[in-house]
Each structure stands twice: as C-alpha cells, then as structure tokens.
Design a protein around this ligand. Structure first.
Ligand SMILES: [Zn+2]
Length: 113
C-alpha cells in the first residue's frame, strides 16, 4: 500500500525563488527607508547645531524656560516644531523648547506638537 502524503504545500523551486525575491525586495525597501531616516536625523541635528545662540536664547525666553510638552524645566533643548525648514532661514516660530525626554518621544513617534 502506497503512503498517502500530501505534498501540495511544498513550494516548487520557482515558488521558492519568487518568495526569496519578494523577501529581498522588502529588505531593500526597508533599508532605503532606514537610510533616509538616519540621513534626515543627521540633517536635523546639523541644522539645530547651526542655530545662532541669540535665536536659541529667544526661543527659551518665549517658552519661559519650560518644556512645551511636559512643562519640565530641566535638560532643555531647542527643537523644530515640525520638520526642519527646506531653506537655511530658521525662524523663531519654527522652533520650540522641549526637554531631552520629550524630544526623544516626539521624534520616535513622529508626533508633531
Ligand atoms: Zn518634556
């Protein structure tokens, strides 16, 4: 008596190549997204570093030296309210005071205040 084995679920060689190709395409797209994000973060940090100290001081003054997300007054940073401006002209209204913790949370979640 011949054993009844259902082999229909085993992918063919062509099927496996298609699956492998699809996985490689997904990995490649993910890598491109991560690279773009790292590049954007580096650009953001560079732009923030380039903010003149006088403008930075005006942001802290306007925001009364408190994080505009949680109200803490320790470990403050100046950050962009939204995405960094396309041009180099950073305006006061584009900047906000946040603490280190809220800056990290805001950037990770993509939340815009
Ligand atoms: Zn905060």
């Amino acid at each position: 008596m011949q054993a009844m084995v259902d082999s229909s679920w085993i992918p063919s060689a062509v099927g496996m190549i298609l699956i492998a190709t699809a996985i490689m395409v997904l990995i490649s797209r993910h890598t491109a997204r991560v690279r773009a994000r790292v590049s954007a973060d580096a650009q953001r940090v560079q732009l923030l570093n380039d903010i003149p100290s006088e403008l930075r001081f005006r942001v802290y003054e306007r925001d009364s030296y408190t994080c505009q997300r949680c109200g803490d007054s320790r470990d403050l940073l100046v950050d962009f309210v939204d995405d960094p401006p396309a041009d180099d002209q950073v305006q006061l209204r584009q900047l906000i005071t946040r603490c280190v913790r809220c800056t990290a949370i805001t950037r990770q979640s993509g939340i815009i205040d």
